[in-house]
Design a binder for this molecule. Structure first.
Ligand code: UD1
Length: 416
């Protein structure tokens, strides 16, 4: 059952509920290492990356239980084993965000070094430098990094790039450091603001999260809290791409238009009409989109995670579009799969030139990662014949009930 079978569909119509953000909930789960007690997260997406982070917390000594409709209860009372084993870090790179909270709370963290992935090399030098500036020391042996610190001490951290993960690790460490920490050139993603609001609820003193300068006044102790996870802007973007490609009119409940301004402007240039509703977003797409040029940038720019979706949309748009990747060098692997479906795409360094065709041609393809996998599925909505996307387990890492939600708006999609 790790394949998704797609037939040409559209126009789409109906309503899709948008889940909580994968890229937020994983960090909130990691942040629970900062204080003992009972946490209750709501709006938690039922995705396998959450299971994986749950396993990691479990291996450290926490109890993680699903509760009710999209709830997650996390509990620990007697200290933790501050360690992230290789088999979990290898499965999910985001596991490295446990390092900051563990070293801040327990003075020690042993975390497997993540390897490369399909996006190309993804170093963690900025994470380590930030923690080092707060007073941690590191030793590397046998594929593990061991961090140690007495109490961390607040300082000024200037990130050389607004890395999401490094900002999160630094922020989670700084909340328990002695004195003031200023993180400059911080990432501004909505998921960082969500993490900061969770930490603030726990008792942390944070100013400026969501802007480039975050100021933290360290506290001695934090406590467990309840929190509702921010909606997933990338899941919302995926359904906008689906309607963009197949045509039609949909409503996304729970989505936050204000977290997607730049993308919404781009999709407007491509001919879509999108407007906020009381509880989400409404979107309409004409029969065929118009081509445009896009560059990925840190937030509030167009997110790199949207890129495979935009490339899939441009593959059948009217005209030529150029997509430029500015974050991850190797993030064009799915292009070969789209070309197998009849797309006219040439890549040159970090640029892709996409000449839209009227429709694609269904083919067997393979999902190389979460977002690219979703992009191949939505591309199949405008492909004649059958598209079979293998490797759908990648999609399950980040999408809850993806097939069911697409079917609910009239797409011909099956698990098989
Ligand atoms: C997070 C998101 C990912 C998204 C990305 C950028 C999660 C689980 N993942 O990943 O979906 O695509 O933000 O919005 O939230 N870099 C370094 N050294 C470091 C850290 C990063 O060189 O220590 C580089 C990376 O190689 C990359 C760039 O900085 O080129 C951005 O990476 P970063 O923002 O850290 O991405 P992640 O936090 O890994």
């Amino acid at each position: 059952m790790d394949r998704i079978i797609v037939h040409r569909s559209g126009p789409l119509s109906g309503t899709v509920p948008i889940a909580g953000a994968k890229n937020s909930v994983l960090k909130l789960m990691a942040a629970t290492a900062l204080a003992e007690g009972r946490y209750e997260l709501t709006n938690v997406p039922r995705i396998t990356d959450v299971d994986c982070m749950g396993e990691l917390l479990g291996s450290m000594g926490m109890t993680v239980t699903a509760s009710g409709d999209h709830g997650l209860v996390i509990e620990h009372h007697d200290g933790l084993v501050p360690e992230a084993p290789y088999e979990l870090v290898e499965r999910m790179r985001a596991s490295i965000v446990v390092m900051g909270p563990l070293v801040a709370r327990y003075g020690r963290a042993r975390v497997a070094l993540p390897g490369g992935d399909d996006f190309g090399p993804r170093p963690i030098d900025m994470h380590l430098r930030a923690l080092e500036q707060l007073g941690a020391t590191f030793e590397t042996a046998h594929g593990y990094i061991e961090a140690r610190a007495e109490r961390l001490v607040g300082t000024r951290i200037l990130l050389e790039f607004p890395s999401v993960g490094a900002t999160e690790n630094a922020l989670m460490a700084a909340v328990l450091a002695k004195g003031t920490t200023v993180i400059d050139n911080a990432a501004r993603e909505p998921e960082i603001a969500d993490l900061a609001s969770f930490l603030t609820r726990m008792g942390a003193q944070i100013l400026g999260a969501g802007s480039s300068t975050i100021e933290v006044e360290g506290v001695d102790e934090l406590s467990a809290v309840e929190h509702r996870v921010v909606p997933d802007r990338i899941e919302a973007a995926t359904f906008l791409a689906a309607v963009g490609i197949a045509g039609g009119e949909i409503t996304l409940t729970g989505a936050r238009a204000d977290h997607m301004d730049m993308l919404i402007a781009k999709l407007g240039e491509m001919g879509m009409r999108i407007s906020p509703t009381a509880d989400g977003l409404w979107a309409m797409a004409p029969g065929r989109l118009l081509a445009t040029d896009v560059s990925t940038l840190p937030y509030p720019g167009v997110a790199t995670d949207y890129k495979p979706l935009l490339v899939a949309m441009l593959a059948t748009a009217d005209g030529v579009g150029i997509v430029t990747e500015n974050l991850f060098s190797g993030r064009f692997r799915y292009v070969d799969e789209l070309v197998r479906m009849g797309a006219d795409i040439r890549t040159e360094g970090h640029h892709a030139v996409i000449r839209g065709v009227e429709q694609l041609s269904g083919a067997p393809v393979r999902a190389p990662d979460i977002r690219a996998g979703a992009a191949l599925v939505v591309a199949g909505l405008r492909a004649e014949g059958e598209t079979v996307v293998a490797g759908a387990d990648h999609i399950d890492r980040g999408y809850e009930l993806f097939v069911e939600k697409l079917r609910a708006i009239g797409a011909s999609v099956d698990r098989g």
